[in-house]
Design a binder for this molecule. Sequence first.
Ligand code: CO8
Length: 260
Amino acid sequence: MSYECIVLTVDNGLATLTFDRPKAMNALNGALLRELSSALQTIAADEEIRVLVLTGAGDKAFVAGADIKEIQHLTPLAARHFAQFGQAVIDQLQQLPIPVIAAVNGYALGGGCEMALACDFIYASETATFGLPEISLGIIPGFGGTQRLPRLIGANLARELIFTGKFLSAAEAKAIGLVNTCLPADQLMAGVYEVARNIARKGRASLQTAKEAVRQGLNCDLKTGLAIERDGFALCLASSDAQEGTTAFLEKRKAVFNGG
Ligand code: CO8
C-alpha cells in the first residue's frame, strides 16, 4: 500500500516507519493516524519483520504534536472522538508484538512525545527537543501523555512538565530517564540500527514474551506481574529457541534462533 503521510520501508527484518509531513513538522492529522494504523497492521502480520524503528522526515522534527490546525475547531464530542482514535492507534503501536524503537531526530512535542512514550525505548539526536506543551495552548495531552509520562519518569517530574509545558533538551530528557541514549544527529540512525540488529538476532518469541511481561507488569500489582513473568518464562523454556540458546551456550558458539 502507498501512503501520503508516512513512509514504510523494510530492510533485512528491520522496518522503518517515517512520519512524513515535514512542512507541518510531521504533525499528526487524521490521515496520518489512519495510515499509521494500517501500516501497524501490516507490520504485525509480517513475520519477517523483527524490529520497528520510528522516526521523522527532515532534520527538524520527529513529530511536533497533533495537527493544531485540524484540532482547533473540533466540537467537544469530535475532540473526544479524535483523542480516542489517536489513543487507540498509539495503543496499537505499544502492543505490537515486536520491539519498537523511537529514533527522535528533532522536536517530539505533544502527540509526538506521546508517540515516543509508547515505543519500547527512545534514542535521540543531541539536537532533539521533548515536551508536552499542550497547557500553553489551553488544552491537555490527549494521546496518553498524562498516563505514560508519570509511569516512566515519576509523577512529580511529569506534573512539572505537563503544568509548565516546558521543553527539555535531549541531554535533559536522558538525565530523567525519558531517553536511553543521545547521539550526534548524523550518527542517530546508525546507532539505532546497530541496537535494532542486535535485538533482531534474539528469539522472536522470547522478545515478544519479555515485551508483554514488562508492558502488563507496569499496569498490575507485583504478585500478578510475577505470575505473568513465570508463565512466560515456562513457555519460552519449552521452545526450540530456548533449546538452541542453551545448547549454543554449552557448545560455546553463537545461537541461531529460528523463532520456534
Ligand atoms: N500542528 C500543525 N502545524 C504545525 C505544528 C503542529 N503541531 N507544529 C508546527 N507546525 C507548522 C507551523 O504552523 C509552520 O507552518 P507554516 O510554515 O505553514 O507557518 C511549520 O510547521 C513550521 O513551524 P514553525 O514556523 O513554528 O517552526 P519553528 O522552528 O519556529 O518552531 C516548533 C518549531 C517549536 C515545533 C513550533 O512549530 C511549535 O511550537 N509547534 C507546536 C508544538 C505544539 O504545541 N505541539 C502540541 C500540539 S497539541 C497535541 O499534540 C495534543 C495531542 C492530543 C490531541 C488530542 C486530540 C483532540
